[in-house]
Ligand binder design. Structure first.
Ligand SMILES: [Zn+2]
Length: 363
């Protein structure tokens, strides 16, 4: 069934924007050319991935269609070639086609159940609002297990994707159903010495994706974070949260963390490096309608000489799955028989039978 027919919200429409974004200016065009040259030289930093204190030149070179279609997702490959390459994210997860993988065991979470010392910094980077949670040894938040390679993955930041008011804003979908928002908890494989190195490997990053559903009442687990949003209303602003909190409180209930889907993909923002082992939890987390509205009041930078534009609909269109396979943990929902699995099994059984008979005849 096509995903459009199942989603609970109408199709997202871009905001009406005024003058075009600065990516039209000759100055920025020159900047884009410089950025492309740097990319060709292997300079593959991306905004959401940069270490604190560094800035990526890609930052002002791309946007979402809601801000200006001429620097939106179809143009990202012009500033980050990997955006036009294989193994891209996000995707729709078709529950009829996922393959069961018994090796997708439970996650082990370290530091997730307590409020770390912090402080945590919330930042509006013009593309999303992100919470930097990697604030030193005392605040280490790590995961391992969960079918990930035998390594520890360390949490760096949490960020969000959302739609315009009354529109779905998640990046991934389950059986075509998109949700109000999506939260990404980004972890780096501790095997690598730097983010830059991790971005060059298909197992460099592990992102936990949580689909958020809108409800009438606020979810108190988001209260501290949402309270900080008023202090980061415009691009470039950052604020120290009033307190830290248990990151586990933003995840699905512990009893359902074993139900998830896994595939290999990419960052969903430029430079789109195919370096992410994605985990999309089957169970969603509620967030209050008024809380979602607070995200929708955030602003991105507007074109020079005009006011800022709303920061909304900050999700990338879904990408082709191609030859990739999405797998399901033992507890996750799989719809009916996976036909390819069944066919493979039947062929294998026939082949075994045929070989057996051939051997039998030779004795
Ligand atoms: Zn994201």
């Amino acid at each position: 069934m096509p995903w459009d027919s199942l989603r609970p919200y109408p199709a997202a429409l871009p905001f009406v924007t005024g003058a075009p974004w600065p990516c039209h200016s000759p100055v920025l065009r020159a900047s884009l050319a410089t950025t492309t040259t740097m990319l060709a030289a292997g300079f593959t930093l991306t905004l959401l991935m940069v270490l604190p204190g560094t800035r990526a030149d890609l930052e002002g070179a791309w946007c979402y269609d809601s801000q200006d279609p001429t620097c939106g997702p179809t143009h990202w490959k012009e500033v980050a070639p990997a955006c036009g390459g294989p193994a891209q994210s996000p995707i729709n997860i078709d529950l009829h086609l996922v393959w069961r993988d018994p090796t997708l065991g439970p996650f082990i979470f370290k530091g997730y159940n307590a409020a770390p010392p912090g402080p945590w910094i919330l930042e509006n980077d013009g593309h999303t609002v992100l919470l930097r949670v990697d604030t030193g040894q005392q605040s280490r938040l790590e995961i391992h297990g969960g079918g990930l390679p035998p390594s520890v993955y360390r949490a760096r930041q949490v960020h969000f994707h959302w739609g315009a008011p009354a529109y779905a804003g998640s990046e991934h979908s389950l059986d075509g159903q998109r949700y109000a928002m999506e939260m990404h908890v980004l972890h780096v494989n501790s095997r690598f010495r730097s983010m830059r190195e991790a971005l060059g490997h298909p197992d460099g990053l592990a992102v936990l994706a949580v689909l958020l559903t809108e409800q009438d009442t606020d979810n108190p687990s988001f209260s501290v974070l949402v309270s900080g949003l008023k202090n980061v209303s415009a691009r470039g602003l950052s604020t120290e949260l009033a307190s830290t909190f248990s990151l586990a409180s933003l995840l699905p209930a512990s009893s359902s963390l074993g139900r998830y889907y896994r595939y290999s993909g990419s960052l969903t923002t430029p430079g789109c490096q195919p370096a992410v082992l994605w985990t999309v939890f089957q169970d969603t987390v509620p967030i209050g309608r008024a809380q979602v509205a607070q995200f929708q009041t955030l602003l991105a930078a507007g074109p020079p000489g005009s006011g800022p534009t709303p920061l909304a609909d900050n999700f990338r269109p879904q990408q082709p799955l191609g030859s990739r396979r999405v797998t399901a943990s033992p507890g996750a929902l799989v719809r009916a028989a996976a036909p390819r699995l069944g066919l493979d099994g039947a062929l294998a059984a026939l082949l075994t039978l045929w070989i057996g008979r051939q051997l039998g005849q030779g004795v």
